[in-house]
Design a protein around this ligand. Structure first.
Ligand code: SF4
Length: 160
């Protein structure tokens, strides 16, 4: 059976609200935005930083997950990726920069050094902090020496 549809009626039907309206609380929307636009604070300390840089380059393209803009200032950053060995000399700077980041903020400890001291943890060592957790609270740990960029991306997605 063939139906004759009045084009004016069809146009009116498209404006009756059936196009789909989504109601959400402002907080929910903000959280979706935050989860999909993490701004990492540039913090490469040692060899793991090379893998972190690779993660943001063209092959792995961290921008796909909204986290490709590394900030040079703690003021706009909400994620600190500690990539590498944390020396005692650097520790107060890490703490200061973490304190300057606005809340909510997150920390990823990337690699064995940032997690527990890595190959520099041995009896009598005095130069290395054995885990960045001793200075700032790490939310996600990405193991490896070094972890590959895929590992960092996995850590990022699990924290989002
Ligand atoms: S975990 Fe391994 S690769 Fe990463 S900073 Fe330490 S020594 Fe370098």
């Amino acid at each position: 059976m063939e139906m004759n549809v009045n084009p004016q009626q069809a146009a009116a039907h498209q404006k009756d609200g059936l196009m789909g309206v989504v109601f959400a609380s402002l907080e929910k929307l903000l959280n979706i935005g935050r989860a999909n636009s993490l701004w990492p604070l540039t913090f490469g300390l040692h060899c793991c930083a090379i893998e972190m840089m690779a993660a943001s380059a063209s092959r792995f393209d961290l921008d796909r997950f909204g986290a490709g803009v590394f900030r040079g200032s703690p003021r706009q950053a909400d994620l600190m990726i500690v990539a590498g060995t944390v020396s005692r000399k650097m520790a107060p700077r890490i703490k200061m920069l973490y304190d300057q980041m606005p809340a909510p903020k997150y920390v990823i400890a990337m690699g064995g050094c940032a997690m527990w001291g890595g190959p520099y943890q041995y009896d009598g060592q005095y130069a290395i902090i054995e885990g960045v957790d001793r200075i700032v609270p790490a939310d996600v740990h990405v193991p490896g020496c070094p972890p590959r960029p895929e590992g960092l991306i996995e850590g990022l997605l699990s924290s989002a």
